[in-house]
Design a protein around this ligand. Structure first.
Ligand SMILES: CC(C)(COP(=O)(O)OP(=O)(O)OC[C@H]1O[C@@H](n2cnc3c(N)ncnc32)[C@H](O)[C@@H]1OP(=O)(O)O)[C@@H](O)C(=O)NCCC(=O)NCCS
Length: 135
């Protein structure tokens, strides 16, 4: 079995704080809030790569590994793992860190597919990387 990573790779696409309004009736953070943050992170990376508006077309294999608590710092990491003709597959991980600690814990991961869209909302080709762009 592959060892679970002990720290995230690269820079987060988004970093935020889980607030009381994001909690479920049990007092932990609502899974839907976390999914929205992941979607925002992946969408940000997709739009930057495609240089246009992009839409989520699918979310796959979402796994909630550990809870998130009110006050946690939540960091969203998003990495493009495949570029198709009009679509991009993006692996997203959410990591939590308590306000008063240094340990980071991977709490959720999922695979998102985004489609690059033209002005009319139709799929358009993802442009090749310009020299100097990051993959
Ligand atoms: C995104 C959208 C324009 C795609 O339209 P479409 O008619 O399915 O387009 P296509 O069949 O040409 O597929 C476009 C790309 O998406 C991929 N795709 C489509 N459905 C997919 C799915 N369920 N899972 C993974 N990839 C998918 C195709 O493989 C294709 O990729 P490629 O060009 O890299 O080969 C359309 O589905 C749409 O508007 N969906 C709603 C998006 C949205 O509102 N998202 C927010 C949800 S609240």
């Amino acid at each position: 079995m592959t060892e679970a990573p002990v720290r995230p790779r690269g820079e987060p696409a988004i970093r935020t704080i889980a607030m009381p309004a994001d909690a479920n009736p049990a007092g932990d953070i609502f899974g839907g809030w976390l999914m929205a943050q992941m979607d925002l992170a992946a969408g940000n990376v997709a739009a930057r790569r495609a240089r246009c508006r992009c839409a989520t077309v699918s979310v796959d294999s979402i796994t909630f590994l550990h809870p998130v608590y009110i006050g946690d710092e939540v960091s969203l990491y998003a990495e493009i793992t495949r570029v198709g003709r009009t679509s991009m597959t993006i692996q997203v991980e959410a990591w939590r860190r308590s306000r008063d600690g240094e340990e980071q814990v991977r709490v959720t991961d999922a695979t998102f597919v985004f489609v690059a869209l033209d002005q009319g909302g139709r799929p358009r080709v993802v442009p090749p990387l310009a020299s100097g762009d990051k993959a």
